[in-house]
Design a protein around this ligand. Structure first.
Ligand code: DOR
Ligand code: ZN
Length: 423
């Protein structure tokens, strides 16, 4: 099966791309024969987005999201590979539960891998999984604080053991760096809190101290640490200063880049997320971190919950909101505003994740690589209306925001999985 994409704009050049089965077979000026042809009329093509940070749910929380709804949301967002997080019901803490998840994930329409939980209780079970040399495991996931209802690790010796395992099996540890005791300390200071106090209660100090701690331990042990959803200016500074001293990688989310606590006036609990939305100063430093090379990747932290749960009062409502469909349009809007280049964006959303998590022949549009590809139109305008989302979580702190730059087609392994009306 051959598919020809004619007149693609790739790195500022107009080329034809021939996909044979699941692979980019030819990229250049020739016009080879194919079974199917699309004239892209000079629309830009970028590598399919790789998102290392997605909460698919399913299993006992399929009312919040399942592999079909998550896949459809990903495709709408130009995302072709996702890594599923382990804080599911049941949690991905042993081979039996991983196997349950593997069964469910067979319905996925995108590429996927699993991040498996590393806790104080499951070390033996974790080793049991890793000893099977699983090709579908991307990383270990370590929480240093409770965030909804995950298990967390709050002592140094267990963190070190987990880092040693990470080193032995050469798998990165993805870390949620907020520290539990610190969160408890600040939370206890507020009586009758609302979401406006969320940023104080899960205080920036808790993220900063957690980041310092894991960097110091990774220096000792030498494993790869991938710090998820970095939210503060201080952490960007710390990571920048330690980049050459240990194997630390920095993930940011679109919401910590583009939103801050000011949005909570309007968004209310829809904007409750961990780590919390911080301040404008943090947004600016994260943007700077994108351009100075400190930030390595962008993950969505797609964290769907029922809208009925998100309408509960602050203390009862779970943290998190959907992000698969909004991430790339929001980021393309930033490219249009010249806050960073399209090239830098594709490094952050595809190339670097493929490198950190060792995805073979993915993350770039190159002959011989898997044909995961997203066609974009930088001039197409949009307005975020959660009622139109493909995810089951039809709410968003971005509701009503407008911008420019959208997804037109999404190809996964050479197959067209999404096509917008405009082409
Ligand atoms: O806001 C969040 N939601 N942060 C997390 O760490 C977990 C996530 C979830 O699973 O809902
Ligand atoms: Zn998460």
């Amino acid at each position: 099966m051959k598919t020809l994409l004619k007149n693609c704009k790739l790195n500022n050049e107009t080329v034809n791309i021939l996909i044979k089965d699941s692979i980019f077979y030819y990229i250049g000026k020739n016009t080879p024969d194919a079974d199917t042809e699309y004239d892209l009329k000079n629309l830009i093509v970028i590598p399919g987005i790789i998102d290392p940070h997605v909460h698919v749910r399913d299993l006992k929380q399929s009312e919040k999201e399942d592999w079909t709804s998550a896949s459809n949301a990903a495709l709408r967002g130009g995302i072709t590979t996702i890594f599923d997080m382990p804080n599911t019901r049941p949690p991905t803490v042993n081979l039996q539960y991983l196997n349950l998840k593997r069964e469910k994930a067979k319905t996925a329409k995108i590429n996927y891998k699993f991040n498996i939980a590393a806790t104080s209780q499951n070390i033996t079970k974790l080793i049991e999984i890793l000893d099977t040399k699983p090709e579908d495991v991307a990383a270990l996931k370590l929480f240093l604080a409770g965030s909804n209802s995950n298990e967390y690790v709050d002592n140094k010796s267990d963190i070190k053991r987990i880092f040693e395992i990470s080193s032995k099996y050469d798998l990165p540890v993805i870390i949620h760096t907020e520290l539990q005791k610190c969160v408890e300390k600040f939370s206890s200071k507020v009586k009758n809190p609302t979401v406006k106090e969320h940023n104080f209660m899960r205080n920036r100090e808790c993220s900063v101290r957690g980041t310092e701690l894991v960097i110091s331990l990774a220096k000792e042990i030498g494993n790869k640490i991938y710090l998820a959803h970095i939210s503060t200016a201080e952490e960007i500074d710390i990571i920048q200063n330690n980049k050459n001293k240990c194997r630390v990688y920095c993930e940011i989310t679109p919401h910590h880049l583009l939103l801050n606590e000011n949005v909570l006036e309007k968004a209310g609990n829809f904007g409750k997320v961990n780590p919390p939305l911080r301040t404008e100063k943090d947004n600016k430093r994260i943007m700077q971190g994108i351009n100075d090379g400190t930030v390595d990747t962008i993950g969505t932290d797609h964290a769907p919950h029922l809208i009925s749960e998100k309408l509960k009062n602050y203390l009862e409502t779970p943290s998190g909101f959907p992000g698969l469909e909004t991430a790339l349009p929001l980021l393309l809007n930033e490219v249009n505003k010249e806050n960073f280049s399209l090239k830098r964006l594709t490094e952050l959303t595809s190339e670097k994740s493929a490198e950190i998590f060792k995805l073979k022949k993915r993350g770039q549009i190159k002959e011989g690589f898997f044909a995961d590809l997203t066609v974009i139109d930088l001039n197409k305008t949009w307005k975020i209306e959660a009622k139109n989302f493909k995810t089951k979580a039809k709410y968003s702190p971005y509701e009503g925001i407008t911008g420019k730059g959208d997804i037109v087609m999404t190809f996964v392994n050479g197959k067209l999985k999404l096509k917008s009306k405009i082409l």
